[in-house]
Design a protein around this ligand. Structure first.
Ligand SMILES: [Fe+2]
Ligand SMILES: [Fe+2]
Length: 399
């Protein structure tokens, strides 16, 4: 296991807001020294960094790498055929896939301007806080290069060449290609709506891709596929809820857009949870320990390093609005955990080591424990402030 340590002081830990994690005050993790730390924006880094030609707005300074024992790489090599027969079947042939253009005004048609006008009329019914959440979701999707990079950090499944013929690499590329439509479609919809500050949004995307992400998966496909299982379900929930709200506000077309994206996420969730199910079958102890490890560290959201050049707590603020609107909440986090525990039949696994049994206990009790703590936190919740979001021209939104 290699470990990079930095003398820099820790600042913000994983996000105190509800999305994707426990509030800071409810942190269930033991304070391990390898917890990742992030710096705040470049503007607050001080004079020293001004000398650098470029540095990301968010930097993660303590990271664990290659924690999976070398011999376990063989497990993934031996699963090549399994992946071909059980994983790749969850991809859709391109010819059968929807494309963003299917949901957008056709710029070659005579009715283009009229269709755009209708889209803008419908979007007028959507409130500002809804746009904050939809923009945050779109930015998360648009940072897709980072997620392909993340998959290609995993030892034993990474795409070694960029066009590798292994089933794992084929999956990664085709998954990315499917996901690429999500950001494209939401981006074009938001652009046409005329409701949002596209330049600020585009800056946020550029900052975010430049910062990357730190899912703390340590190059291990065990941790990596548990992370993606959780994430695909989280995005399924989130896009499903933006679809529901769009419908409630009378924008049926946007509801269809978000619902279609949610269906892709669901299919991806099915694929990733199947990989982890297979790992449980082959290596129950290693897999349960990996699952417990990811949950102790908490699942950081993919866009946790988000920054727009102005708001040092942009991700927290976006998350707070998503929580308030019920798009993605602390309850969803507990529900996803509980779903995965059930999906992988965690409470019925036998033949575990002592450590494995401890991990099993921890995992089976975590969702109820989390819910109890969350309820208590809700009871103590203070009146939420209202803050400006640059994505919507600094209009004020309640957190
Ligand atoms: Fe997506
Ligand atoms: Fe996804």
């Amino acid at each position: 296991m290699a470990m990079k340590l930095s003398p820099l002081a820790y600042q913000s830990q994983y996000y105190p807001s509800s999305i994707g994690g426990l509030p800071t005050s409810l942190n269930l993790r033991s304070p391990k020294f390898y917890m990742a730390s992030t710096l705040r924006s470049a503007s607050s880094k001080g004079v020293e960094n001004l000398k650098k030609p470029f540095s990301p707005p968010r930097e993660v300074h303590v990271q664990v790498t290659h924690s999976m024992p070398q011999q376990k790489i063989e497990i993934f090599k031996s699963l090549e055929d399994w992946a071909e027969n059980h994983l790749l079947v969850h991809l859709k042939p391109v010819e059968k896939c929807w494309q963003p253009q299917d949901f957008l005004p056709d710029p070659t048609s005579e009715g283009f301007y009229e269709q755009v006008r209708e889209l803008r009329e419908r979007s007028k019914e959507l409130p500002d806080d809804y746009f904050v959440v939809l923009v945050g979701d779109m930015i998360t999707e648009e940072a897709l290069p980072t997620y392909q990079t993340m998959l290609n950090t995993l030892d034993g499944t990474k795409d070694e060449t960029g066009a590798s013929p292994t089933s794992w690499a084929i999956w990664t590329r085709a998954w990315t290609a499917e996901e690429n439509r999500h950001g494209d479609l939401l981006n074009k919809y938001l652009y046409l709506s005329g409701r949002v500050d596209m330049r600020q949004i585009e800056k946020t995307i550029q900052y975010l891709i430049g910062s990357g992400m730190d899912p703390r998966t340590e190059n291990s496909p065990y941790l990596g596929f548990i992370y993606t299982s959780f994430q695909e379900r989280a995005t399924f929930v989130s896009h499903g809820n933006t679809a529901r709200l769009a419908k409630e506000h009378g924008d049926i077309k946007l509801a269809q857009i978000c619902g279609t994206i949610a269906a892709d996420e669901k299919r991806h969730e099915t694929a990733y949870t199947k990989i982890v199910e297979k790992l449980f079958e082959i290596d129950p102890d290693g897999t349960i320990l990996a699952f417990a490890d990811m949950m102790r560290k908490k699942i950081a959201m993919p866009a946790h390093l988000m920054y727009d050049g102005r708001d040092d707590n942009l991700f927290d603020h976006f998350s707070a609005v998503a929580q308030r609107l019920g798009v993605y909440t602390a309850k969803d986090y507990a529900d996803i955990l509980e779903f995965l525990v059930g999906r992988w039949n965690v409470d019925n696994i036998t033949g575990l080591s002592g450590e494995g049994r401890k991990a099993q206990d921890y995992l089976c009790n975590l969702a109820p424990r989390f819910r109890r703590l969350e309820e208590r936190a809700q009871g103590r919740a203070k009146q939420a402030p209202t803050i400006p979001f640059s994505w919507i021209f600094d209009r004020q939104v309640k957190l």
